[in-house]
Design a protein around this ligand. Structure first.
Ligand SMILES: Cc1ncc(COP(=O)(O)O)c(C=O)c1O
Length: 395
């Protein structure tokens, strides 16, 4: 790889993280994390694994018990017609899953249709695998969904895959069943892979239902569905994810990348995952309900700001408020138009209000003019950030 990596940018999220470490008593709404802690069933699974000295090398693709439980979950919850544990590989979180998949799947120059705005880590991962991300805009007017005629028009001879992420980071957009059916039809007609990043599958609101594209007829053969325990089980720092693939040739290539990047995912954490899948389903639902309440609390606060600097509809999934910035807003005392409105507001909110947030520009060209605030943090952190924002923006 070497020099090639010089052309791949660092994510702005890293720059913000560094800025936040210089701030006293910050409101960390920049982080894609929840304020909950991992369920007791997860912790018990890990403590037992430590007590039983389950601390040695294990199978590269994951321990058998965890893979069995994952197959059960994919069949029953995601309705994916998976028949064998051999289709499942366990990873160090979703980001690692995406890394090994793109490195095992892509040839240099292969194009991947991606959303714009999108989570920058996936874009960087595709580029590091010598793939070419091709941006398909998401539109606020369509509740942050793509125009699928436009998406289809971007398919070329070089297109290898469509990347889906629903519910989506950073917008919280959720694809409809009809969208997913249409995308499946495009993939089948144009012989494309679908990489379906379902990191936020359990976090959907207002009666919305998550649909896994691999559950549609014929789609499991051309879809790699990627999951993580990070968001559903509040396990962001523990690093556990998995994916399912039904193509033995590609699976073997990916398995090599998996082996060469980690040998195996940490055993203790895998036993935590077993605990979670065996005993914390109710907790996942309880987190979802609380996240919906936090979303409502947060948007109520945004409406109460009154000044109109920030606006937007509450999302139907994930835990991000992707808010439009009034184009007329300027940092107090500044002359002229800032190079990036979203960076200008983010720097102002961090420095003057201690509020961590991420500029839309960091997620792609279509993200400029917006900022992302994560509302999964605890209620007092949210209300503190809202009060700070009110003092700054209501002038
Ligand atoms: C869209 C999306 N996919 C995947 C992930 C992967 O998360 P992790 O690596 O913690 O499993 C994230 C994390 O923020 C995400 O936002």
């Amino acid at each position: 790889m070497g020099e090639r990596l010089d052309s791949i940018p660092f994510s702005g999220i890293m720059r913000i993280r560094d800025m936040m470490f210089g701030i006293e008593n910050p409101y960390r709404l920049d982080q894609g994390d929840v304020g909950f802690d991992a369920p007791d069933a997860v912790k018990t699974g890990m403590s037992r694994a430590i007590a039983e000295n389950r601390t040695h090398y294990v199978q590269t693709v994951g321990i058998p018990r965890l893979r069995e439980l994952i197959v059960d979950k994919l069949q029953n919850q995601n309705k994916i017609p998976i028949e064998s544990v051999d289709d499942v590989m366990v990873t160090n979180g979703g980001i690692h899953g995406l890394y090994v998949i793109f490195h095992g799947l892509l040839e240099p120059g292969d194009e991947v249709l991606c959303a714009d705005p999108m989570w920058p880590s996936t874009r960087g991962t595709i580029q590091s695998a010598q793939g070419v991300p091709v941006d398909c805009p998401l539109y606020e007017s369509r509740r942050w969904r793509p125009d699928l005629d436009e998406l289809e028009s971007k398919v070329t001879q070089k297109t290898r895959a469509i990347l889906l992420n629903s519910p989506q980071n950073p917008t919280g957009g959720v694809l409809t069943k009809a969208d997913i059916e249409r995308i499946a039809a495009i993939a089948q007609e144009r012989d494309l892979w679908v990489i379906s990043d379902e990191a936020y599958e359990d976090i959907v609101f207002d009666g919305e239902r998550h649909v896994s594209i691999a559950s549609l007829p014929g789609m499991y053969d051309r879809t790699i569905s990627v999951y993580t325990f990070s968001k559903s089980y509040a396990m962001t720092g523990l690093r556990l994810g998995y994916f399912a693939i039904n193509d033995p040739v590609i699976a073997d290539r990916i398995k090599k990348v998996l082996y060469y990047t980690c040998s195996n995912t940490g055993t203790v954490v895998q036993w935590g995952g077993v605990g979670g899948l065996e005993g914390a389903k109710n907790q996942v639902e309880a987190y979802r309900v609380e996240l919906q309440a936090r979303r409502d609390l947060f948007y109520e606060g945004i409406r109460e700001l009154g000044s109109g600097v920030l606006s937007g509809e509450p999302p139907k999934g994930a835990f991000y408020a992707f808010l439009r910035i009034d184009p007329a807003w300027r940092p107090p005392g500044s002359a002229g138009t800032p190079e990036s409105l979203s960076w200008a507001l983010v720097e102002y909110l961090i420095k003057e209000g201690r509020i961590g947030c991420v500029p839309g520009a960091d997620f792609g060209t279509h993200g400029e003019g917006y900022i992302r605030l994560a509302f999964g943090k605890n209620r007092d952190e949210l209300t503190g950030a809202l009060a700070s924002m009110k003092a700054l923006l209501n002038v």
